[in-house]
Design a binder for this molecule. Structure first.
Ligand code: SAM
Length: 283
């Protein structure tokens, strides 16, 4: 990210979720507040001309991953809350709206992100008239400069209790070691803890045609000041997660996502390519 500036990719992700509400039917992820996270003029355009946001087949593939990963994280906290888990940590929260429509009265939400992006979110919430609930704690944090256990402890996170972590669209922006350290910390929390995150495959393991498009996409991210810098491959990542103490690991490729979540979508919302979604639990 460009020093001191809010995350542009967080804005793009918010747009994907907002567009999903009007462009895809049926929705796989219902987020009525997503549109409030957009710039007012963009929100107005989406309301007045939803057809402009349907997107190309490539755009739909990107949207598919963005909405399904949020759905998976929110399904995970819903199941965990039923079992008595009371803490949900959204790492690199961006313009995620779960905390403002949290249906689990017992669940406290911790939104962890860089102060610049949090400032933007405060502004967007105020403009949209979305109230900040009492059971939300903002945690200003930079993965490259601070340690997560300290930041969470200072914010009142209880490490003697299990938690669900949503870490969506963030790992690829971090140094590999920072990503692993975060997973290591999460793995030290009590049983019942889970983390949902997505990661990017290294370009060289993707099929040729995907790789050409992928490399171009990566150059675009770098040009915008938010380069992808860490990549993982499924087998070593699973081994690493097991070694850390996660006992139940699901690592979903595009086909898995399509089978589980997108099968009945009529408008070609399909996941594929270079992103995967992991659900790792300590049972
Ligand atoms: C692609 S956005 C994803 C936002 C949100 N999770 C979502 O799915 O919409 C990446 C997020 O990671 C945050 N981020 C990137 N690098 C970070 C760092 N070093 N420390 C803390 N947050 C960071 C950005 O501020 C941004 O909110």
């Amino acid at each position: 990210m460009i020093e001191g500036e809010s995350s542009r990719t967080a804005e793009r992700m918010a747009l994907e979720r907002a567009a999903h509400q009007v462009a895809d039917s049926p929705v796989v992820f219902a987020d009525p507040l997503a549109i409030g996270m957009l710039r007012p003029e963009q929100a107005a355009l989406l309301r007045e001309h939803p057809e402009r946001f349907h997107g190309s087949p490539i755009a739909k593939r990107r949207r598919a991953i963005v909405v399904v990963r949020s759905r998976i994280a929110e399904d995970e906290i819903a199941r965990a809350a039923d079992r008595g888990v009371t803490q949900y940590v959204v790492l690199g929260a961006g313009l995620d709206t779960f905390a403002y429509r949290n249906p689990h009265a017992s669940v406290r939400v911790f939104e962890v992100d860089q102060p610049s992006t949090q400032r933007l979110k405060h502004e967007r919430l105020a403009t949209a008239g979305i109230a900040v609930p009492d059971n939300l704690t903002w945690v200003p944090f930079d993965f490259t400069r601070q340690t997560l256990p300290d930041a969470l402890a200072a914010a009142g996170f209880d490490r003697t209790k299990p938690a669900v972590f949503a870490w969506l669209g963030v790992v690829m922006y971090l140094e590999r070691l920072d990503a692993i350290e975060t997973l290591r910390y999460i793995s030290t929390l009590p049983t019942g803890t889970a983390v949902v995150f997505d990661y990017a495959l290294p370009p060289e393991v993707t099929p040729w045609l995907v790789r050409c498009f992928y490399r171009r996409t990566l150059k675009g991210f770098a040009r915008q000041g938010e380069p992808w810098i860490s990549f993982f491959t499924p087998t070593p990542l699973r081994a690493e997660l097991s070694q850390l103490g996660f006992t139940d690991i699901e690592d979903l490729a595009g086909d898995d996502v399509n089978r589980r979540y997108l099968g009945s979508r009529w408008n070609g919302l399909t996941a594929s390519g270079f992103g995967r979604i992991v659900i790792a639990r300590r049972m």
